[in-house]
Design a protein around this ligand. Structure first.
Ligand code: CO
Length: 152
């Protein structure tokens, strides 16, 4: 006969896994560095969140003028266009064109040691849609981007 404790443990693990899967993820935390990299290639958030909190920490030492980073949330197809228009908009605009409807959310640009935040209403995202997070600092978005998976 199977020991009772083993069965209970298995049940507890299954329950915990189920809860973890069901819990909405309302936070996107990213780190950017002096090597023009985000620490994540993929992140997951939930469209059911009233508000998704985005937090970027620049863990490098270089200045925002040289190695600035932001986090832009958009449809994947819009990453290159947003970056191109952001470059034209310039540093004063945070490398995001004012009123760019393709931009779902963006943080300010920060340099080494800095932290920047933004928020996004979950209802603006469609579960299963093709979204990305990227940095619109000139020349960064080709490398500095990742997939934003959106669950319910
Ligand atoms: Co960058």
């Amino acid at each position: 006969m199977k020991p009772l404790s083993t069965s209970l443990l298995a049940l507890a693990l299954l329950t915990a896994a189920g809860l973890a899967h069901a819990a909405p993820n309302c936070t996107l935390k990213l780190k950017g560095d002096d090597r023009m990299q985000f620490d994540l290639k993929t992140a997951t958030v939930s469209a059911s969140c009233a508000t998704i909190s985005i937090e970027l920490t620049h863990v490098g030492k270089m200045t925002a003028q040289v190695m600035g980073h932001n986090v832009v949330i958009s449809a994947t197809k819009d990453v290159a266009g947003i970056a191109a228009d952001g470059m034209k908009a310039g540093a004063a605009a945070g490398y995001v064109r004012k009123g760019d409807a393709r931009v779902l959310a963006t943080t300010p640009v920060v340099g080494g040691g800095g932290t920047a935040r933004a928020t996004l209403a979950g209802k603006r995202l469609t579960p299963g849609g093709d979204y990305s997070f990227s940095c619109s600092f000139p020349g960064h978005s080709a490398i500095m981007k990742g997939k934003l998976v959106v669950t319910k």
